[in-house]
Ligand binder design. Structure first.
Ligand code: FES
Length: 121
């Protein structure tokens, strides 16, 4: 294992922005994944080329440097324009995690408020 000097990030921790649809980018930062608008509302800058601040969860448009909050989409600074759309903020994966029943290894717990299939109450 290679030691990482204090104050430096590993390459795998570096924020990444990927275009996932014409309208959305996926921002991966610090173990989080955020779906956000792909186009800046100011003048159409492509946010897949934006600079991501992983510590503050912000993205800055490459054209005129307007900064948006990646949790709310709020415009924080820069050119006057609308907020960006943030579709979802996910803790680690795009899939919805199954809820495992800790009492039964490998089984899937029923959704809250439902009765287990085949179970007597
Ligand atoms: S196009 Fe994004 S700040 Fe101008």
């Amino acid at each position: 294992m290679t030691a990482v000097p204090a104050g430096r990030r590993r390459v795998s921790d570096a924020p990444a922005v990927r275009q996932v649809t014409e309208d959305l980018v996926l921002v991966e930062v610090g173990g989080r994944k955020v779906l956000a608008a792909a186009v800046c509302p100011h003048r159409g800058g492509r946010l897949k080329y934006g600079r991501v601040d992983g510590d503050r969860l912000r993205i800055t448009c490459p054209l005129h440097h307007t900064t948006f909050d990646l949790t709310s989409g709020e415009r924080l600074s820069g050119a006057a324009c609308a907020d960006i759309r943030v579709v979802d903020v996910l803790p680690g994966d795009l899939s919805v995690p199954e809820q495992r029943d800790p009492a039964h290894d490998g089984s899937v717990a029923p959704a809250p408020g439902t009765t287990p299939a085949g179970g007597a109450s």
